[in-house]
Design a protein around this ligand. Structure first.
Ligand SMILES: [Zn+2]
Length: 247
């Protein structure tokens, strides 16, 4: 184990010095770390949602969205979280949760959920989720987590908390934009994003306690709506093909 630790430290050092694509945490490590953290998060936050209709809807969305989010080729694993909070969360390497409360709040609307899911997928594909760990956790913590050492559960919990709180404003705006790109490429209506953002604003004012991560850290003003509208206009995605029934 000691030799492995030394090797690991050497790898980190080499990555820092040489760049190694500029990533401290490799793709395989992202996947391993993300799974460990997500497993613990899932156990502590209501467990995996098993409602067949919600699971089927989520899998349909995932099957269309994840292929257009490549590269990099992450093993996406998109699950329902049996939790009534209106939220979604993405872990490094491909694990992602749509909360039951989120799916119900949007009346299972595929276009609106496609954008939310695409937004979260882009936090993974753009490495935002991993960058939080690289920014916030010390190397020793990363090594401990990767080596499954004694304090790994504690660190896995810390990672989960970072996932809920840590994106920068720029990362959120980028995830909004990539969310539109993926939504469109997957054949859903990207203009549905406007309705999602307006709904979140409404919820934020009305039920602050029900309203956690995904949007608590997002700007409360119209910055995101304006940015999304600007991008839709620039792309000529006017919503002319909008299907009121969600398709
Ligand atoms: Zn986000």
């Amino acid at each position: 184990m000691r030799l492995l630790s030394l090797l690991c430290l050497f790898c980190l050092l080499a990555a820092l010095l040489s760049g190694c694509g500029g990533h401290i945490i490799s793709r395989d490590q992202e996947i391993q770390m993300g799974r460990q953290s997500a497993d613990q998060f899932e156990r502590e936050n209501g467990g995996r949602g098993r409602d067949p209709a919600l699971v089927a809807l989520t899998q349909r969305l995932a099957a269309r969205i994840t292929p257009v989010a490549q590269p990099p080729d992450y093993p996406y694993d998109i699950r329902v979280l049996d939790n009534k909070v209106v939220n979604a969360v993405a872990f490094p390497g491909g694990r992602l949760y749509l909360y039951r409360g989120l799916i119900e709040t949007f009346d299972r609307n595929p276009d609106q959920l496609a954008w939310v899911l695409s937004h979260e997928v882009s936090h993974i594909s753009r490495r935002h989720a991993t960058k939080i760990i690289e920014r916030q956790l010390g190397y020793q913590a990363i090594i401990s987590l990767l080596l499954n050492k004694g304090d790994a559960p504690q660190i896995a919990g810390a990672v989960a908390n970072l996932m809920l709180l840590g994106y920068s404003r720029d990362e959120e705006l980028e995830a909004d934009r990539y969310g539109l790109i993926y939504t469109h490429a997957a054949g859903y209506d990207p203009t549905a994003a406007i309705g999602v953002l307006k709904k979140f604003q409404e919820l934020q004012g009305r039920e602050p306690s029900k309203f956690e991560i995904m949007f608590a850290t997002h700007p409360g003003d119209n910055t995101r709506i304006d940015a999304v509208q600007g991008y839709l206009k620039a792309q000529g995605w006017s919503g002319a093909y909008y299907r009121p029934d969600g398709g």
